[in-house]
Design a protein around this ligand. Structure first.
Ligand SMILES: Nc1ncnc2c1ncn2[C@@H]1O[C@H](COP(=O)(O)OP(=O)(O)OP(=O)(O)O)[C@@H](O)[C@H]1O
Ligand SMILES: Nc1nc2c(c(=O)[nH]1)N=C(CO)CN2
Length: 188
């Protein structure tokens, strides 16, 4: 039976404008400055401590050669985090930026060395095309340091508007990535 919407019942989303359906989120973490492992672990902890964010998986850690970075940039440690959230994409982005700041991120030059980078790769099926928030992340499909750790967690995943990550990875390869078996990020 099809329900007829009752115009007298207003759902919580409409009242508060703040509630959202649960969305699956893929976040990319990177660090090539300072205590790289501590920075990544701190990011995992901070995301897990965020109200209305439930971290569900943390990938292995890779050491990766810098891509499109200024000469002399050191190697990165990269990992991917999966989470569920009822936060809006914009609120989640603000949280990511605050976590970066908490770990001493300085915004000096584009793609310059950073203690911590927390990027939103996908937020459910949300699309956005502003400078402040582009979703899916515009460079995700060409970044092995994003796709490989994500693939380790979800081999069958698809990147919205780009296709199966297994196929994207097969195209770009995994040169420049070294699995760091001696580092394990934990989810408390
Ligand atoms: N999907 C996204 N995830 C994170 N930041 C984003 C996203 N889309 C747009 N931004 C914006 O990008 C701005 C700059 O971010 P940042 O300095 O971390 O870029 P970057 O990591 O150096 O570059 P890249 O785009 O190559 O990853 C942020 O202030 C943020 O508002
Ligand atoms: N290997 C690697 N290269 C990068 C990275 C990163 O996280 N890992 N982040 C960048 C800016 O987001 C630019 N280049």
């Amino acid at each position: 039976m099809t329900e007829t919407p009752n115009p007298n019942i207003v759902d919580a989303d409409t009242i508060t404008g703040e509630m959202h359906p649960i969305r699956r989120v893929v976040l990319s973490l990177g660090s090539n400055l300072g205590s790289r492992t501590d920075n990544l672990q701190g990011a995992v902890n901070s995301l897990a401590d965020t109200p209305d964010v439930w971290v569900t998986a943390v990938s292995p850690v890779y050491e990766t050669q810098p891509v499109d970075a200024p000469p002399g940039s050191g190697p990165f440690l990269n990992a991917v985090v999966l989470a569920d959230t009822t936060l809006s994409a914009r609120t989640l982005l603000d949280r990511c930026l605050a976590v970066e700041d908490a770990f001493g991120r300085e915004r000096v030059e584009a793609n310059g060395p950073r203690t911590l980078d927390v990027d939103l790769i996908v937020v459910g099926d949300r699309r956005s095309a502003t400078d402040e928030l582009t979703l899916p992340h515009p460079k995700a499909a060409e970044r092995a340091f994003v796709l490989k750790p994500w693939f380790d967690l979800e081999p069958d995943a698809e990147l919205l508007d780009a296709g199966p990550i297994s196929e994207l990875l097969a195209k770009i390869g995994v040169d420049g990535l070294t699995l760091k078996e001696d580092i394990e990020l934990t989810l408390q």
